[in-house]
Design a protein around this ligand. Structure first.
Ligand code: SAM
Length: 245
């Protein structure tokens, strides 16, 4: 594995934990290059979902989406507390390190969009728990049947929260290559047809070190890279599409 410690850690966009952070349906559509009209009536797994409004908004459009996240183990009030801390930490760091961003963000609008996602998520959460649309599971082992979902989505966790020295933004990550391999094989197992993963790079803005070893190890799948229009902080514009054959 190449040593990438030459990146200046102090100036970079890094965290010592995985942020419980979420995006809107519109952002999911852009990140994953989704045609929502094709998803109506389909079973979708969002893994992990965080406080994204994707599950609430998708189900309102007759898309059967279910989200998993280990933070869902917590009480509603604890989840609210984690959301606020992580939103503040993420926005504050972006304001301190504007020179790192590949895109210039209007932080007022950015924060407002995240707050919109959070508010839709929190309004839906208790009903969604009762309906088993939010489940407190985590990678790399999912308690789902083989081929259970038509489409499996995974955004802003894999690759991104690997250790900084491998291309991620976590300063003490346990999510190593073996974890990523196991997690992606698990996502493929529970998918009937297709898995999409975004982004494929972190603050180093280079292709992630784990990507090629993982792609080389996968069997009986077809790999595509789809373009995304999403304005990612690190300039990521590829979605990994894994099709089961
Ligand atoms: C930044 S959020 C991404 C949420 C959403 N997919 C999005 O793009 O807005 C990353 C999430 O990964 C979750 N997470 C942490 N460890 C995990 C694990 N082992 N398996 C699955 N999710 C995990 C965190 O709780 C956090 O909510």
């Amino acid at each position: 594995m190449t040593n990438t410690n030459h990146f200046n850690r102090e100036d970079s966009f890094t965290f010592e934990r995985v942020l419980f952070f979420g995006r809107t349906l519109k952002e999911y559509k852009d990140m994953f290059n989704l045609d929502l009209s094709l998803l109506k009536g389909k079973q979708i797994l969002d893994c992990p979902s965080g406080p994204a409004s994707f599950i609430a908004e998708a189900n309102a459009q007759n898309i059967n989406a279910m989200g998993i996240d280990p933070v869902y183990e917590n009480s509603y009030s604890k989840i609210q507390e984690i959301i606020l801390t992580d939103l503040n930490d993420c926005c504050n760091l972006q304001e301190q390190l504007p020179h790192l961003a590949k895109i210039k963000r209007d932080m007022v609008n950015y924060r407002a969009e995240k707050e919109k996602a959070i508010s839709i998520f929190l309004n839906d959460y208790e009903l969604g728990l009762k309906q088993s649309r939010y489940l407190p599971y985590k990678l790399p082992n999912l308690p789902f049947k083989d081929n259970q979902f038509d489409l499996v989505l995974s955004s802003n966790f894999l690759f991104l929260y690997s250790d900084y020295k491998y291309g991620g933004m976590h300063l003490a990550s346990n999510f190593d290559l073996a974890f990523h391999q196991k997690a992606i094989i698990e996502l493929i197992r529970v998918s009937h047809h297709e898995v999409r993963i975004f982004p494929l790079k972190g603050p180093h803005c280079n292709e992630h070190e784990f990507l090629q070893p993982i792609l080389n190890s996968l069997e009986a799948v077809k790999i595509n890279f789809l373009n995304t229009n999403y304005a990612d902080l690190f300039g990521a514009n590829d979605v990994l599409q894994i099709l089961k054959s």
